[in-house]
Structure formats: structure tokens, C-alpha cells
Write a protein that binds this ligand. Structure first.
Ligand code: ACM
Length: 388
């Protein structure tokens, strides 16, 4: 057990969120393999202890407990749905464990032993809202999966919409393990309200069902797109060709991001996992957080979680999306916000790219679009880095 640094890898490769979590699993394993190929950390390899919690929050909690208690693990890379992160939190407290969480989420959280490497709402929801308001209109219809992240993410989006005198015309939730028929009602509500945009917080395998139902109903994405923070390359791969075309997201990384670092990452990823492997923003975060862990481990000289955290705070890394930094104030990550629209070949085309690294503000209590505008970005230069 002492010949390597044992780390937990806790992503679902079965169940409703298997597609995107498989991309995170792949990103994690790629980083571990690269670190080990370069000699490991302090002469010892990273040893992944891999579990599949099957998209079931209860299993995340149980397997995290097992990893910390029985498997010699002190840090876990894992979780996608916020309900699964919440299920792991008591185990972090009980076992003094550390979690690296590589998923966009609703914000309003801090844990001394969680490092959050996905986007907080001020790094994706605000940008998406502004892009929609400027290009499509003010009448939003919300559709979400029935759990924590969609409720909270909708609350943030509703605040943004109401500030500009916009309206949320309807808010609908579908079960996580829903069937195609669950979207018949959603389609009826869309027809009835004719919103300018549909903000979707549907996650996992239901995503392809929803976009297919929208497509079959004959709606026009050029006039009324689906905008979603949880529709990535992994969910699009589960749709028929053309079904996702014209729809929107906001994320710090896309498979089609046209920079040397992004292109190199995508090509290494696909060489390792196959040309069909989805390289999502969540996969990119899953990759770079292992790199950050390895650097902190090297500096700390041991894998005690509190020591690792102390070396992570303020740490920077040249990630595929650009140079990122762990914010020492809140354990979230300074990231590069971008907006993407799916093009005719079902790939995200970057349609808005301010070229700035943005500080995470997970507790922005009264988010204002004005605060976020370029004027503010220019005023707060100290929070930003310019893209080279
Ligand atoms: C999520 O549940 N944080 C996507």
C-alpha cells in the first residue's frame, strides 16, 4: 500500500450521468497516466482506486466512506451531480478527506477540504444570460431535472432575468430517470408560451430525449434556442445528427476551442480513448485538477489533505483552456468564460470569447448583469488576466 500515492476516482460509468462522467473519468486517468509516465511524484506513482457509483447519490457517500476508511485513500477526484457532492461531504468531515470537484455547479458553498474546479454561476450563467438577452430576448422558459442543481441554478437565472425586466414564463421539472414521454408536456408548454429561449438544467441521458422532442416538434433554434450549462459534447454525442445544432451553452472549454493548448489536449485525449471520446469542459477540469494535486503533493512532500490544500491555494497551472488559478479565498478556480453555439457539424463554435480569466464568486448574493459587463471587467483589472 505504501509504494504509491493512492487516490480515489469516483465517477459514474453507468446510470443517467454516465456519458459526461465517463469523460471526467477519462480526463482523470489521462492525467494520472501522464504523471506516472514522467516518473510519478517524488519517485512514487499515483495509484488510482476506481469505483463506479452508478449515478446514485447514496452510493457516492458509501463508496467515499469505503475509499477513505478501507482503501488507503486521502483524496478523491469525483462527483458530477450536486446531490452526489453533498452525499460525499459528511465523509470528508468524518475521515478528514479531500474532494476535487470538476463540475460546474450552483455556487453558494465552501468546504475547507473541497477544491472546486468547474465554473461557479458568475463564470457561466451570467455570460449565458447576457448573451441570450442581447441576441434572443427576455422571455425565458425553464426546464430542469428534479434535483438540487436545477432548482438553485434556476433561482440564480431568474434573478438575472428579472433585473432586466425579463420574465420566466414557466418552470418545469422532469424526473432524473425520465422517459421520452415526459417531454410531451414540456413541448405543450413551449407551444403555449412561445418563449424567446428555453433555459435547460436537464442533466444526463434525459438531455438527448429533450433535444429530440424539441427537434421533432419543429421548433426553430435560431429563434428560440435551448440554452444549457449541462449540455456538453458528451450529451450531444447521444443525439441524432443535427438535433443539437443552433443551441447554446457557456463553459471555459470546448472540444473545438482553437488554441494550441486546447488542440493538443483534444488530440492526446482522442488518441488515448478513441476518436468518439467526448472532450468536455468537465473532462478538462478533471484533467487539470489532477495536475494541480500532483504539484501540491510534490511541494507538500506528503498527502495529508490539509497540507495539500495549503499548497493548492493560489497555485496556477497552464490548463488546456488557459492558465488557471485556485482562488485562495474560496477554493474555487479562476477560469476563462466563453459562450458556445452548436454548429451544423454538431460541434460547439465559440460565439463569445472575452479573453479574460475571471475570479470565481460562488457567494455572489445579488448577481447583477451590470456588475458583470465589460465596463466592470475593465475596472477590475486586478481580477483578470488577458489572453496572450
Ligand atoms: C450539477 O449538478 N452540478 C451539474
Amino acid at each position: 500500500m505504501n509504494d504509491g500515492w493512492r487516490v480515489g476516482v469516483l465517477y459514474s460509468r453507468s446510470g443517467v450521468t454516465a456519458a459526461v462522467e465517463t469523460s471526467q473519468h477519462n480526463g482523470t486517468m489521462l492525467a494520472i497516466e501522464e504523471i506516472n509516465a514522467a516518473g510519478g511524484v517524488l519517485g512514487r506513482p499515483l495509484v488510482p482506486v476506481v469505483k463506479d457509483p452508478a449515478s446514485n447519490p447514496r452510493l457516492y457517500g458509501q463508496l467515499a466512506a469505503h475509499l477513505f476508511r478501507d482503501a488507503g485513500v486521502r483524496s478523491i477526484f469525483g462527483c458530477y451531480m450536486s446531490s452526489t457532492r453533498k452525499a460525499v461531504m459528511p465523509e470528508l468531515d468524518a475521515h478528514r478527506g479531500l474532494l476535487f470537484y470538476a463540475t460546474l455547479y450552483e455556487g453558494f458553498e465552501y468546504h475547507p477540504r473541497i477544491i472546486y474546479t468547474g465554473a461557479a454561476p458568475n463564470q457561466n450563467a451570467m455570460q449565458l444570460a447576457r448573451y441570450i438577452l442581447e441576441n434572443y430576448g427576455h422571455r425565458f422558459l425553464f426546464v430542469g431535472s428534479n434535483y438540487l442543481f436545477p432548482y438553485e441554478s434556476n433561482r440564480v437565472m431568474a434573478d438575472l432575468v428579472r433585473q432586466v425586466k425579463g420574465r420566466v414564463v414557466e418552470e418545469i421539472y422532469v424526473p432524473l430517470d425520465c422517459r421520452r414521454q415526459d417531454f410531451d408536456r414540456v413541448v405543450r408548454e413551449i407551444r403555449k408560451h412561445e418563449p424567446d429561449v428555453i433555459f435547460s438544467t436537464v442533466v444526463g441521458s434525459a438531455t438527448a430525449m429533450f433535444y429530440s422532442a424539441y427537434h421533432e416538434a419543429g421548433f426553430d433554434p435560431a429563434k428560440m434556442p435551448i440554452a444549457s450549462l449541462t449540455t456538453s459534447e458528451a450529451e450531444i454525442a447521444e443525439m441524432a445528427p443535427g438535433v443539437a445544432t443552433g443551441h447554446l451553452t457557456a463553459a471555459p472549454f470546448f472540444e473545438g476551442l482553437d488554441t494550441p493548448a486546447a488542440r493538443a489536449f483534444v488530440s492526446t485525449f482522442k488518441a488515448r480513448f478513441g476518436p468518439q471520446a467526448a472532450v468536455t469542459a468537465c473532462a478538462e477540469a478533471a484533467y487539470f485538477q489532477v495536475m494541480l494535486y500532483a504539484e501540491a503533493l510534490r511541494r507538500a512532500g506528503g498527502d495529508d489533505p490539509d497540507l495539500i490544500v495549503s499548497h493548492l491555494l493560489g497555485l496556477e497551472y497552464d490548463a488546456p483552456q488557459g492558465r488557471i488559478r485556485i482562488d485562495p479565498d474560496n477554493h474555487h478556480t479562476e477560469l476563462w468564460p466563453r459562450v458556445g453555439r452548436v454548429d451544423a457539424s454538431d460541434r460547439f463554435e465559440v460565439v463569445w470569447n472575452p479573453g479574460v480569466r475571471l475570479k470565481p464568486e460562488p457567494y455572489f448574493v445579488e448577481p447583477t448583469l451590470d456588475e458583470w459587463t465589460f465596463a466592470r471587467l475593465r475596472m477590475k483589472k486586478q481580477d483578470l488576466r488577458s489572453e496572450p
